[in-house]
Design a protein around this ligand. Structure first.
Ligand code: ATP
Length: 354
């Protein structure tokens, strides 16, 4: 069982540090997503892992083997890793069967064994019937599945995926997320998956590593990252949240102009600039005054709303000028300019101390 370990991994291009002292251990068999905005260094980490580039400092270990360090960088073909890129890069002049079997042919596996393995993996990706087709005769999703099969057939210890679904349309992308996860569960290799799409990370990953400017912001399960973002950056990047900025009165209370809000979780640093995060669907609009003593309630004005079918997305303004988005039931229709009560239940308010 070989864990992948990054220790102080750093990559500089000229004066620019693109990957900055990354420490990360990925247990064997996990699917880990590196998630972050464009340019934060995700693909560079993948290229370091694959051995296409060398680190400026630090090292990468797989099990007890050092595969990258300043002293020694193992070439890609000796790493037991397969990498899949955004563009599936299938060979257009080879059939599906030939594309998938190519890696085994290079390893000089006999014809019959190759055929058997190719058929088995095409069955696993539900493309058995297409073994004699050419890539040009397949849909984008089918081509991506062939690329996956081609990477998996050589039985890599580690699979590296660089935005593998970004060329697919929205429906196919959703279907392929489940397909990727299903194959991962069936074969149990270690997968490191780069994406900037939080929904993709949430639906496929065992662990999400949120990155920002070459550093790790937070590591956690999808639920942890969503429910307990450790910083404003993570809360904003994962999306669907409101951030309200103010001054921390104590570890749980935030003052914004004319209003004190209590945070049921997270910890504020008393006296510091701080923020509160609340998800769109956790904030509530009330048309009647709440019972006396209800915490975290403030008058608000409706600015606009959008009907989304299953919900209605409101933009409201507090007296302080802060604007919040609220996801409300679709049958609650309030016109712009209407005055309402906004309730931010304390148990759904997360204090962000940084
Ligand atoms: P994206 O989601 O857009 O692919 P990313 O997080 O994968 O972004 P990287 O491709 O790792 O980002 O790039 C990180 C930074 O390093 C970028 O600013 C990029 O321009 C820079 N960079 C990458 N490769 C090189 C290179 N060979 N020489 C110089 N700069 C590079």
């Amino acid at each position: 069982m070989a864990a992948v370990e990054l220790r102080g991994l750093t990559k500089r291009f000229g004066d620019v540090t693109v990957v900055d002292r990354i420490d990360l251990t990925i247990a064997h068999g996990l699917l880990v997503c590196l998630l972050g905005p464009s340019g934060c260094g995700k693909t560079t980490i993948l290229r370091l892992l694959a051995g296409f580039i060398e680190p400026s400092a630090g090292e990468i270990r797989v099990g007890d083997r050092v595969v990258s360090s300043l002293a020694r960088t193992l070439p890609p073909e000796q790493r037991k890793m397969s990498m899949i890129f955004q563009s599936y890069a299938l060979w257009p002049h080879m059939t599906v069967g030939e594309n998938v079997g190519y890696g085994l042919m290079l390893r000089k596996l006999g014809h019959d064994d190759t055929r058997r393995k190719v058929e088995a993996i095409l069955h696993a990706i539900r493309l058995d019937a297409h073994i004699n087709r050419y890539p040009g005769e397949l849909s984008g999703g089918q081509q991506q599945r062939v690329a996956l099969a081609r990477a998996l057939i050589v039985e890599p210890e580690t699979l590296l995926l660089d935005e593998p679904l970004s060329n697919l349309d929205a429906n196919l992308r959703e279907e392929m997320r489940f397909e990727l996860r299903r194959l991962h569960d069936a074969y149990r290799y270690t997968t490191i998956y780069v994406t900037h799409d939080q929904a993709e990370a949430m639906t496929t990953a065992d662990r999400i590593v949120v990155m920002n400017a070459g550093r790790i912001e937070q590591i956690g399960t999808p639920e942890e990252i969503y429910e307990r973002p450790g910083s404003e950056f993570v809360a904003r990047f994962i999306g669907g949240t409101n951030i309200i900025k103010g001054k921390a009165l104590d570890r749980a209370h935030l003052a914004i102009s004319g209003l004190t809000l209590r945070c049921g979780s997270g910890a504020l640093v008393p006296g510091s600039d701080a923020a509160l995060s609340i998800r769109l669907h956790d904030a509530r609009l009330m048309t009647a005054a709440p019972p006396a003593g209800t915490e975290n309630v403030a008058p608000a004005t409706i600015l606009r709303h959008t009907f989304l079918g299953a919900s209605r997305d409101y933009l409201v303004a507090l007296g302080s000028g802060d604007q919040l988005r609220v996801s409300a039931p679709p049958n609650l229709s309030l016109p712009p300019g209407a005055t309402v009560w906004l309730h931010l239940p304390p148990e759904r308010c997360l204090g962000l101390g940084d």
